[in-house]
Write a protein that binds this ligand. Structure first.
Ligand code: WTA
Length: 647
């Protein structure tokens, strides 16, 4: 065993309780407020609402008509005003709002005053194109400053933005545009990823072949490669910004007006357009950014998530900017040009707070500690993780090699639907246990229950539920309110159903066990098994497909697809490759199956349901569970043998 492995092992045997370091606790934001003494959730949130600026004060904290919550009704506000205008009256005016670094190494800094100007100008552009309050605007951009500028400009005029992750395919973009009827698409010629150009405008052109609601396309120049501009439809960002006004009055929005729609994967083939509102959302992300990340005026804060996901919406853009923080944005991959890129950036900008995903940490582990060891990381004072359960080994590695045993780690549990972090340590208060998101935040009532909603005893697994509404919760699925009620509020009586399994320990700490539905988590990205199945059966050769996940050392989970072919098609490695590419074409690279397994038939119950549980057993190499309900048990044995041979 290497000396390093020995240290790690010794640490892993420790009681594994890491109390907050004193130097941290003494100065923690939580120390400077009476907020956390308020025990009544509603009163607590009422107090949190004063962290933001209201044009007109709200009248009621919460109207709760199960399962519909309305927060801070009667109040009006504007999110872009809160993220920009309100900081201009102080020294923050000239403070860096965004520090941006492109993958090729170019960079820029936008002060709050700069960002304010660009957002106002872009808001004026949107207005001049006839975009108004309530209109939907799709944003398909790489991680460049234009992305938060476009979001904030939408927020300024009350348009509802729908950011589509730049890694999604043309087909996925089209599906999202059509789901919400966008009038405008904002994109770029392309983006950089590992030195390659992602052809965003080409994808957009394809998507728009069948997206009739889109009237105009605004294109920002990032890569400079040749693209087609369609006369009368497409406009260059830099050209229309020339004539834009420098100030646009921020639209006073009702607290319950939608701010954005963000699609996420669910248990059907169709992604859900999660709707978030203005007042409650901003209160939730402002409070959590301030206290979970302990944001200080002089900090450089870096959340590595892409803005195309909820983590980027809440903790790259809205939460930090509402707090007047300095946010670092990096465009590209962590291993480009070398696996030390993140550490180089931390050293270069003196990053203080670093928030990333367990899958990234496991990649860093694989690349080895020599990469971070080359860099001065002494500016770091707080680390965070999100997106999937973190295994204690990865937690310890992060703690030792990145935090250098000095920095608390906040393991934050939340979802696209929750809008804000719900379960997490408060870094100056909560003793940490590697692998546990610790406890629900103040104002949040979470529990682990059985199907009937009864709490299960400590140590036993059950469903993670939330028992009371919280301000940043989603309000509906766009265009499908019934699905919202059914999926989230009808499964467990009286509770919000998260789709996650969990257990609590004797100290009341929560240990998240992962999804209990047909959603899988690959590298921290949520993917619906049904989405991948629909993509596969879309291919002419495929008769039937069953998609499951198996555990993967870096990605957390990997996609395995069992496929039966139509008459006239024969299994081959080439066909497997073609099917993988087909999934990439329909959804995007994040959904590429790790493995395709051809089989003459899928194990089904007598009533015709595919038994995914048994497929998972096969993929994990486990003993098969109960097979008594199978229509044809011998088919399963053949499948298991085929799988073993393949492996
Ligand atoms: C998982 C990302 C364990 C969980 C913000 C959840 C986590 C899903 C954690 C939501 C965590 C997120 N520990 N699991 N700290 N954070 N998850 O919508 O399964 O992309 O339901 O939101 O990620 O993924 P989503």
């Amino acid at each position: 065993m290497s000396p390093e492995a020995k240290v790690l092992e010794a640490l892993l045997r420790e009681p594994r309780l890491f109390p907050p370091p004193e130097h941290f606790s003494q100065k923690a934001n939580t120390q400077e407020t009476e907020l956390f003494k308020i025990k009544d959730p509603e009163a607590f949130w009422g107090q949190c609402a004063s962290l933001i600026h209201w044009f007109k004060p709200w009248e009621r904290i919460l109207e709760w008509d199960y399962p519909q919550a309305r927060w801070f009704t009667g109040g009006t506000l504007n999110v872009s005003y809160n993220c920009l205008d309100r900081h201009l009256g102080s020294f923050r005016r000239n403070k860096a709002a965004l520090i941006w670094e492109g993958e090729p190494g170019d960079s820029c800094v936008l002060t709050y005053r700069d960002l304010y100007r660009e957002v106002n100008k872009f808001a004026s552009v949107l207005r001049s194109l006839g975009i108004k309050r309530g209109d939907r605007v799709t944003i398909y951009l790489p991680m460049i400053p234009e992305l938060p500028i476009a979001m904030l400009a939408c927020a300024r005029i009350g348009a509802i933005h729908n950011v589509v992750f730049a890694g999604f395919s043309a087909h996925a973009l089209q599906e999202r545009i059509n789901d919400i009827g966008s009038r405008l698409l904002i994109t770029a010629d392309g983006g950089f990823r590992r030195g390659q150009v992602i052809p965003l405008k080409d994808n957009a052109d394809l998507a728009l072949q069948n997206a009739p609601t889109v009237e105009r396309v605004i294109v920002t120049k990032r890569t400079g490669h040749h693209i087609n501009m369609q006369l009368g439809r497409d406009l260059w960002w830099h050209e229309i910004m020339h004539t834009a006004s420098l100030y646009i009055e921020p639209e006073p929005m009702e607290a319950e007006d939608p701010l954005f729609i963000l699609h996420t994967s669910g248990t059907t083939g169709k992604p859900k357009g999660v709707v978030h509102t203005t007042g409650g959302y901003l209160v939730g992300v402002t409070m959590t950014a301030k206290y979970v990340f302990d944001l200080k005026e002089e900090d450089v804060y870096w959340c590595t998530a892409d803005i195309g996901w909820i983590t980027g919406h809440s903790y790259v853009v809205y939460g930090p900017l509402s707090n007047g923080a300095t946010v670092l944005i990096y465009e590209g991959a962590p291993d480009y040009p070398q696996p030390n890129r993140f550490w180089e950036i931390i050293e270069k900008y003196g990053v203080n707070i670093f928030y990333t995903a367990p899958t990234a940490i496991r990649s860093f582990m694989r690349w080895g500690p020599s990469y971070p060891a080359r860099h001065d990381l002494s500016s770091l004072r707080l680390l965070g993780t999100v997106g999937e359960p973190i295994n204690p080994e990865a937690w310890m590695w992060y703690y030792i090699h990145i935090g250098r045993r000095r920095c608390p780690i906040v393991d934050t549990w939340w979802q696209t639907e929750t809008g804000m972090i719900l379960i997490s340590p408060l870094p100056g208060e909560t003793p940490l246990k590697p692998g546990s998101a610790t406890r629900p935040l103040p104002g949040i009532e979470a529990d682990v229950v059985d199907e009937k909603g009864n709490p299960v005893p400590p140590g036993k697994g059950g469903y993670l539920v939330i028992k009371k509404p919280w301000p940043a919760m989603m309000r509906t699925i766009y265009g499908d309110h019934r699905r919202y009620v059914e999926q989230y509020w009808s499964r467990i009586p009286g509770c919000y159903f998260t789709g996650d399994g969990a257990r609590k320990d004797a100290d009341g700490y929560f240990w998240i066990l992962g999804r209990v539905d047909d959603v899988i988590n690959v590298s921290g990205h949520r993917i619906g098994t049904m989405e991948v199945e629909s993509a596969l059966v879309d291919h002419q050769a495929v008769a039937e497909a069953a998609v499951i996940s198996r555990s993967h050392p870096i990605k957390g989970q990997a996609i395995v697809a069992f496929v039966t072919l139509k008459e006239g098609f024969t299994p081959s490695p080439e066909l497997a490759q073609e099917l993988k590419e087909h999934v990439v074409k329909i959804i995007g690279a994040i959904a590429r199956p790790e493995q395709i397994l051809f089989t003459p038939e899928l194990p089904k119950t007598r009533s015709g349901k595919i038994m995914r549980r048994l497929l998972r057993d096969i993929a994990e190499g486990r003993a098969l569970g109960d097979t008594s309900t199978l229509a044809d048990p011998s088919s399963l044995e053949r499948l298991r043998q085929a799988y073993a041979e393949e492996a």
